[in-house]
Design a protein around this ligand. Structure first.
Ligand code: FES
Ligand SMILES: [Fe+2]
Length: 427
């Protein structure tokens, strides 16, 4: 565990400038230890979505601040996040990704049984124990809260209100993902594909929101599938392109592709006549003007700091494992209130973008691993700096925050600005 008050030992304020950061921040072991404490234990972290556990006794396993947790649907209908660690000797209670129909969790070692509320229900040979019953229950994170079905938690309990962490920018981004459903509900029950990558976790929020690399690192997409939504929004010549890079504050950043789309439903690779029922359902739910806007905009392409990527028709989650090891999970953004054919279309879109043989994730994984190899530089190395200056001189502010051209590093600077404030304030 890190020693509190050791911020100056690393010197984050010195290693993170407005237009460049030091490469050792991706590779230094002490930096990783500090991040797990200051960002992943003491800050709000996305854990899962309520739609993954629709019925009492449904559960999924996750990691929170490096520790294993269970997110489950309790008997009274609420969502609990519990330590996935037996209160006796620490054995993992659930070792699979998910399951259903549980009334309790029984430890496989000595047979202690815990209810869906985490309370110890029974144990073999109780008479030998002297501790009060409450001390034998499963541990819980310090804070758990949800916004529109997105469940967040933190281990420390002193992260402040979730509403403050999300801010107006984070809430607006989640609202835009949810309103793509005509009933305002996502159905994220397809499961997650996890890919282990030999890179630092920060390369993912950065590259997911980097509009500069698309035409180079993902050139095969443009060649193989001309006419995608990215053609106008990302691949078109710089000065023709009206898409934007946004910093919404608090580390939440966005590639705002909607202003660069050249047609409605570009984000789903289809046209209104092919999804008439969907368009009509949106209109019934939200009115014609809002429905027309949603059909044009689609869901956002944005990071909710630090670990949730709203990647259009995918959701992705980053799990840091070590300074040079990360697991990237993704699931399709399936919707409630649409027919099966519509969700099949979403699934195909998801496979094409982030599946193991897709157009984005394999490219990004290779680049992230090459970056990791290139950034093996010591904290004191004078030439180990990464340039993040693109577009800094033409960035401007509007009512939503800082905004730049989609290919500018406005998003990366926004990520690092918040990172620096967290890493220095929580020292
Ligand atoms: S470790 Fe779980 S019952 Fe002993
Ligand atoms: Fe990419």
């Amino acid at each position: 565990m890190p020693v509190r008050g050791d911020a100056d030992a690393v010197g984050y304020a010195r290693l993170i400038e407005d237009r460049r950061v030091h490469g050792s921040l991706y590779t230094d072991h002490q930096v990783f230890v500090d991040e797990i404490d200051r960002i992943f234990r003491r800050g709000w972290i996305f854990v899962g979505h309520e739609s993954e556990i629709p019925k009492t006794g449904d559960w999924v396993t996750r990691r929170l601040g490096g520790e294993p947790v269970i997110m489950l649907r309790a008997a009274e209908g609420g969502v609990h996040v519990l330590a996935n660690r037996c209160a006796h000797r620490g054995t993992l209670l659930c070792w699979q990704d998910r399951g259903s129909g549980r009334k309790s969790f029984q430890c496989s070692y000595h047979g202690w049984v815990f209810g869906l509320d985490g309370k110890l229900r029974s144990l073999p040979g109780r008479s030998g124990f002297e501790r009060p019953a409450g001390a034998l229950d499963l541990a819980r994170p310090g804070q758990v809260d949800a916004y529109r079905g997105f469940v967040f938690a933190n281990q420390s309990g002193d992260a402040g209100p979730l509403e403050d962490h999300l801010g107006p920018g984070g809430r607006m981004l989640i609202d835009r993902a949810v309103e793509v459903s005509p009933v305002g509900r996502l159905a994220l029950g397809a499961g997650w594909i996890g890919q282990r990558v030999a890179s630092n976790w920060k390369m993912w929020p950065e590259s997911d929101n980097d509009g500069y690399h698309l035409a180079i690192a993902h050139a095969s997409l443009q060649k193989a599938v001309p006419g995608t939504q990215y053609e106008a929004a990302l691949f078109s010549p710089e000065l023709d392109n009206t898409s934007q890079a946004r910093d919404h504050g608090r580390g939440h950043v966005e590639l705002e592709l909607r202003c660069g789309y050249d047609r409605e439903l570009a984000w789903l690779g289809t046209t209104r006549d092919k999804v008439r029922d969907y368009a009509a359902a949106l209109e019934r739910a939200y009115g014609k003007e809002a429905a027309d806007r949603i059909l044009w905009d689609g869901p956002p392409h944005a990071l909710i700091f630090p670990n949730l990527f709203l990647g259009e028709m995918n959701l992705a989650v980053i799990e840091p494992v070590g300074p040079g090891e990360t697991i990237h999970y993704h699931t399709p953004l399936l919707l409630d209130g649409v027919d099966a054919a519509f969700n099949d279309r979403v699934l195909r879109q998801s496979e094409a973008a982030m599946g193991p043989a897709s157009f984005f994730l394999p490219d990004d994984a290779v680049i992230a691993e090459r970056m990791q190899q290139g950034l093996q530089v010591g904290r004191g190395s004078a030439d180990g700096w990464i340039d993040l200056s693109r577009g800094a001189g033409r960035e401007r502010c509007d009512a939503m925050g800082r905004v730049g051209h989609v290919s500018d590093e406005t998003t990366n600077r926004g990520f690092w600005r918040h990172y620096r404030s967290v890493m220095t304030a929580r020292a």
